[in-house]
Write a protein that binds this ligand. Structure first.
Ligand SMILES: C[S@@+](CC[C@H](N)C(=O)[O-])C[C@H]1O[C@@H](n2cnc3c(N)ncnc32)[C@H](O)[C@@H]1O
Length: 361
């Protein structure tokens, strides 16, 4: 059982606050599970996290739950998605455990992709329903919603986007940052971005303070260099890994390459903003253990739980590679053009039937 409640960085006890009403507090009688992988700071358990969390973690012993659960995709993928309509029911067992193990100062960050309703060009509301369920029924607060924009995402679903041309490509995941209290520990100073060239110019050469046409009163304080720009709640990050040591390791051993990995910079961003070194991070749907990898590099203690043994086997390389890659391979900004309004309406008439029928070949 893991759950010492002291922060090794400070040595101080951090557990406080009321226990969630719905969570069982007594420990099950069966023996303590054994991790398949252990490192200096973390471990990986293989099995159902709904069963493993109660027997491996004490109440209020976790600072950050950083995870990407199986999405309620309409078209099932190979990593075991639940249908959208059963999703909330299935998720409840985890929600109860998350509320139990999280410290009052802690955060729950969920990266969750969208889903299309079967057979129509309309979207499922399941990720919003999940958010509402977590806040309304399990006492979480929405600290902030983030959107992860993957510039490399291919147009999909092809039927609505490429064939019938009635939707645009879906290129963002929602990331819900939730907390147990309205004031989780956090600092945006940990994730400042380099200033843009226009801001650097402004800092160097100054500007005339006063009222802008937008109504904003730009004061002298805007000229202070704060070490970087405060990032937006849009995380721009391509998911383009194609020849990593992880992939080579899996291929060489005939292990499946996890099809839904997030780039390490996604968990790293939240680990940095929401925890200190030595704090505990867990990922209950760990896949190839990217969260564990990011936490290890950032010197946080961590625990990953993953149902599929072959994904855990593939994840071993993340903790063996002595030449570990930096979490972020790219420093150049991505660019996205503003909406293009120059196409003449008559050159692209509306699809009269709303995409009910396929266009003639
Ligand atoms: C979207 S993937 C996570 C991918 C991961 N973020 C990565 O970058 O590799 C979700 C994972 O949750 C796992 N999973 C599903 N149900 C689970 C459960 N009850 N306990 C533990 N893992 C589970 C699936 O096998 C899958 O690998």
């Amino acid at each position: 059982m893991d759950g010492d409640m002291s922060n090794p960085a400070t040595g101080k006890s951090e557990a406080c606050g009321a226990k969630p009403k719905t969570a069982p507090t007594e420990m099950p009688p069966h023996p303590e599970p054994q991790p398949l992988i252990t490192t200096r700071l973390g471990r990986v358990y293989c099995g159902d996290s709904a069963a493993l969390i109660p027997s491996t973690l004490k109440p209020e012993s976790v600072d950050l739950i950083m995870t990407s659960p199986p999405f309620g995709l309409v078209r099932k993928k190979s990593y075991g998605n639940e249908d959208a309509d059963r999703y909330l029911k299935w998720f409840e067992q985890f929600a109860i455990q998350f509320a139990r193990v999280l410290k009052p100062s802690g955060s729950l960050v969920i990266d969750i992709g969208g889903a299309w309703n079967r057979g129509t060009p309309t979207r499922s509301l399941y990720q919003y329903e999940l958010l509402i369920m977590l806040c309304r029924d399990h006492g979480f607060y929405l600290a902030q919603e983030f959107f992860w924009w993957n510039p490399a995402k291919l147009p999909a679903p092809a039927e609505w986007v490429n064939v019938r041309r009635v939707r645009v490509k879906d290129a963002v995941d929602c990331i819900w940052w939730l907390s147990k209290t309205p004031f989780p520990k956090a600092s945006n100073r940990r994730v400042l971005q380099p200033y843009s060239s226009s801001m650097l110019n402004l800092l160097e050469n100054g500007y005339t303070p006063g009222l802008r046409p937008s109504g904003h009163d730009i004061s002298h304080r805007f000229r202070r260099n704060n070490g970087g720009a405060i990032p937006p709640n849009l995380i721009a990050l391509a998911n383009t890994e194609s020849n990593s040591s992880y992939q080579r390791y899996c291929k060489a051993r005939g292990l499946p390459i996890h099809p839904a990995r997030f780039p390490a910079a996604v968990p790293a961003f939240f680990i940095k903003m929401l925890t200190d070194p030595g704090y505990r991070v867990i990922d209950p749907f760990a896949g190839s253990c990217v969260t564990g990898y990011a936490a290890e590099l950032l010197r946080r203690r961590w625990i990953c739980y993953e149902l599929e043994p072959r994904y855990v086997e593939g994840a071993r390389i993340r903790f063996q590679d002595s030449n570990q890659l930096p979490i972020l391979n790219r420093s150049e900004p991505y660019s996205i053009p503003p909406p293009n309004l120059s196409v003449d309406d008559s050159d692209a008439p509306l699809i009269e039937n709303g995409g009910t029928r396929r266009p003639p070949a």
